[in-house]
Design a protein around this ligand. Structure first.
Ligand code: NCD
Length: 307
């Protein structure tokens, strides 16, 4: 039963519950009109303590397309937060006004704290360099729709694997599916944190490899998940400037890739994917963004118990 629950970590829901959300998302994709009043009278609050366009708009568009309404902020300095209000108090108040909350926060664990004080479901829309479970639902739905499966895949994850929360959540979620191989492509300074290797990859006996160059592995991949170097999480600008262009995927590098490999990116891209491959049939990042809206419609409908 998903009604009334929060989504903080990608493992909060069972595989079956995720299937249930995907099944509803698929129905919505087939016939969106049928769901345009499913959340009539409901209110989503978007509490964004950190910049976002895609994720916030995607949540807001999802609620509007279900017939609900949206309140919220994307600039905490314009709210009582700037007067020193705690997350616990903010969420207690928002619980009185809204039916569901999507929260993004620069501090790891903030949405979890919020969920402990909330009367309504809280969705983690990204907490610091930690987790981003709705991006993971987006990524999994995209892979299952386009590749037709979530197992027996070789998945390359490339870029900022240290600070990239979408990668952390995706690795966690993929660890539950059979026989996937994960290839981690990053410079030494941006490798996946040790806790992910020990507690997720090793513990679940996931086959993985760490490499530095895309060119060395691209021919073996079914999915290439590109990420942006997370500028806002660097302690000094010099390191960022040195690392920001570590990987630029272009036509040349794609020459060796499989014909049916798919390229994903949570977006925004900076320059890690060259514009000249946007029209390549393997480039699926814009489709992925659209799946993200549909999966958020399904998720919110389930957590509010309206579908
Ligand atoms: C990602 C994020 O916020 O972690 N963006 C998103 O939600 N679509 C990736 C990123 O910012 O690089």
């Amino acid at each position: 039963m998903l009604k009334g629950r929060s989504l903080i970590d990608p493992m909060d829901f069972s595989k079956e519950e995720i299937e249930e959300i995907f099944a509803l998302a698929s129905k919505i994709i087939e016939n969106p009109q049928e769901y345009s009043h499913a959340a009539d009278g409901k209110i989503l609050a978007t509490l964004f303590y950190e910049p976002s366009t895609r994720t916030r708009f995607s949540f807001e568009a999802a609620m509007l397309r279900l017939g609900g309404k949206v309140i919220g902020f994307s600039e905490p300095n314009s709210t009582s937060v700037s007067k020193g209000e705690t997350i616990a108090d903010t969420i207690r108040i928002v619980s009185c006004y809204a039916d569901i909350v999507a929260m993004r926060h620069p501090k790891e664990g903030a949405p979890k704290i919020a969920s402990m004080y909330s009367e309504i479901p809280v969705i983690n829309a990204g907490d610091g360099g930690h987790q981003h479970p709705t991006q993971t639902l987006t990524d999994l739905l995209t892979m299952s729709k386009i590749k037709g499966k979530l197992s027996n895949l070789t998945i390359g994850m490339c870029g900022d694997l240290k600070f990239g929360r979408t990668v952390h959540s995706l690795i966690k979620a993929l660890s539950r599916y059979e026989n996937n191989k994960i290839i981690l492509i990053s410079p030494d300074e941006l490798k996946v944190p040790n806790y992910i290797k020990k507690e997720i990859l090793d513990k679940n006996n996931i086959e993985y490899e760490e490499v530095k160059r895309i060119e060395d592995v691209i021919d073996s991949l079914d999915v290439l998940y590109m990420t942006r170097v997370q500028k806002e999480r660097f302690f000094n600008e010099e390191d960022y400037i040195r690392l920001k262009d570590s990987y630029i995927l272009d036509k040349n590098k794609l020459l060796k890739a499989k014909d049916d490999m798919i390229i994903l990116h949570p977006l925004p891209r900076v320059n890690e994917i060259s514009y000249d491959i946007d029209n390549d049939k393997r480039a699926c990042y814009f489709k992925q963004a659209k799946f993200g809206m549909y999966v958020r419609m399904a998720l919110m409908a389930k957590l509010m118990g309206v579908l």
